[in-house]
Ligand binder design. Structure first.
Ligand code: XMP
Length: 507
């Protein structure tokens, strides 16, 4: 196990992902919340930071249990921190040290630079520079602008680098991390999806014994993989509930339910469409819609959970980015269901003990774990779909008729993306039903019908996104299909807005 001490760098999660790509497990902790015992950690990595070591409020961790005692790799701020507080000198740099650079004068005898080539490209991002190395330090490499680009402390397994090995622009960054973790710290590369499944299933068996567990499935990747994992551990004692809120994609409720049954999950499908649509009647405010859908979901889920006798646990598909404590955040970790809706006292199922088998995994790791358990690849590659479903893609109030129209439009668009092999190039796609009618002509008839907007975006996490340059021929075909096949729609537009300033969903 590797500890990554976070000083607030935008790249900290990337460090963790690179380490895990080497099949080595690691955890991120804020620098000011060091665990009491560090015994389980075999190596420590210090992250970068937006702070300058010279600033008064700069992170000032206690490294007494770490430096000189465990293999330590200090990146960027970390490297400056070690220099600044151990007899070196860090000062503002004259030139801007941002972007690509090339390593020179590499100390080829150092295991840290095993297989790293002279001139290798690295990524710099800092405004201070290390003018003088700390005590007992030895320079290991430079770049044209940065004399002390890498150093080690003699007599310790402490290494420090000014550049970022975790970003892709550092072309041999992964090799460097491997050199440090495997060749220097002696860690084994055994943390594979199969190994994760084996240990997690064993832990879940131990933790849950004969207890009953309830889990809400959504058809999404996280809840599905959590379900399959728990099913492996406790079988029939896992009670899955899949709620149809009437706002899912066309045929999705039945298809997903069949698939879950086929996977051997103990699943109950609950069609509560009418209840949701009833509660949403006449509501056009987006946040109100979200609140109502959240509330009705809780009610339906609570009713169902009550039907299971002696249930002890609530399982959730929470993943690592939801629970990492960030250096700047004031609040604690969030839990997916609980965060939104605890108004007016908690429903009973929320008083259950919580089990979150995926809470140490990143999204791509959830997919790999799913894949190693033979979860259908189409399900694992599914685009994200919002919890409130089509409700936030129907602008204005929601009626059963509008849902039906949008389901048809969405199905033509999504199936088209699959047929044209474009689905996997797109991070998320969907159609919006606009609250305007426009004039058209069909045959000799004047029409006055609905307009739909198609949206397809590229993104990595949904925080920022750009619209996808879909081929004109594809858009032409889809637009024709929609207007010809979906009664009530006479106009199709394509959304070419990036996020920010637009959002992915229209509501
Ligand atoms: P926006 O529209 O904020 O969406 O750019 C970013 C991502 O979040 C999804 N989204 C939601 N997911 N409940 C959800 O579970 C919601 O209320 C919600 N609103 C947006 C959206 O689909 C996109 O992936």
């Amino acid at each position: 196990n590797v500890l990554i001490l976070d000083f607030g760098s935008q790249y900290t999660q990337l460090i963790a992902r690179r380490v895990r790509e080497l099949n080595i497990f690691c955890e991120i902790k804020p620098y000011n919340k060091l665990p009491d015992s560090l015994e389980e950690y075999k190596a420590v990595i210090l992250s970068g930071s937006p702070f300058s070591v010279r600033a008064e409020d700069a992170p000032h961790p206690d490294l007494s249990q770490i430096k000189g005692k465990k293999p330590l790799l200090a990146i960027c701020y970390g490297a400056q921190y070690l220099a600044h507080f151990h007899g070196g000198n860090v000062a503002p740099s004259n030139t801007r040290e941002y972007g690509r650079a090339r390593l020179t004068n590499i100390d080829g005898k150092e295991p840290f630079f095993y297989e790293i080539t002279e001139g290798s490209q690295v990524w710099m991002s800092h405004s201070d520079t290390i003018k003088e190395l700390p005590e007992n330090a030895k320079r290991l490499a430079s770049t044209s602008d940065v004399r002390n680009a890498a150093y080690k402390i003699e007599g310790e397994t402490t290494y420090a680098i000014q550049f970022h090995p975790e970003v892709y622009h550092t072309t041999q960054g992964k090799q460097l991390l491997e050199n440090f973790l495997v060749h220097i710290a002696g860690l084994k590369q055994t943390w594979t999806p199969d190994a994760f499944v084996d240990t997690t299933v064993a832990e879940l068996k131990e933790k849950l014994g004969n207890d009953k567990v309830v889990l809400g499935l959504s058809g999404g990747v996280d809840s599905t993989v959590a379900g399959v994992l728990l099913n492996k551990a406790i079988g029939e004692n896992l009670h899955c509930i899949f709620v149809n809120n009437g706002l899912l994609r066309k045929n999705e409720f039945q298809e997903v339910l069949d698939q879950y049954e086929h996977m051997g999950l103990n699943i109950k499908g609950v069609d509560a469409s009418a209840r949701f649509l009833d509660a949403l009647k006449g509501v056009d405010d987006p946040e109100m819609k979200r609140k109502i859908i959240g509330r009705v979901f809780i009610e339906v889920f609570d009713d169902e959970a009550h039907k299971i006798k002696n249930v002890k646990w609530l399982a959730q598909g929470t993943i690592y980015p939801d629970v990492i404590e960030s250096v700047s955040a004031t609040g604690g970790p969030s839990a997916t269901i609980k965060s939104h809706h605890n108004v007016g006292g908690l429903p009973d199922f929320m008083k259950l003990k919580v089990v979150e088998p995926l809470k140490m995994l990143f999204k791509d790791e959830v997919r790999r774990v799913g894949s190693s358990m033979q979860v259908d690849e189409e399900r694992l590659g599914r685009h994200p779909f919002p919890g409130p479903g089509l409700a936030i893609r129907i602008l204005g109030d929601i009626t059963a008729e509008k849902v039906k129209i949008l389901q048809e439009v969405d199905a033509i668009f999504i199936n088209g993306l699959k047929e044209w092999n474009l689905y996997d190039d797109v991070w998320q796609a969907g159609a919006m039903l606009l609250p305007v009618n426009s004039v058209g002509v069909m045959g000799d008839e004047r029409t006055y019908e609905k307009c739909v907007a198609l949206r397809a975006v590229e993104s990595t996490d949904g925080m920022t996104a750009d619209w996808v340059n879909l081929p004109y021929e594809f858009l032409q075909k889809i637009s024709n299909d929609i207007i010809n096949k979906v009664p009530g729609v006479n106009r199709v537009v394509y959304d070419i807005s990036s996020k920010p300033p637009a959002t992915i969903e229209w509501e």
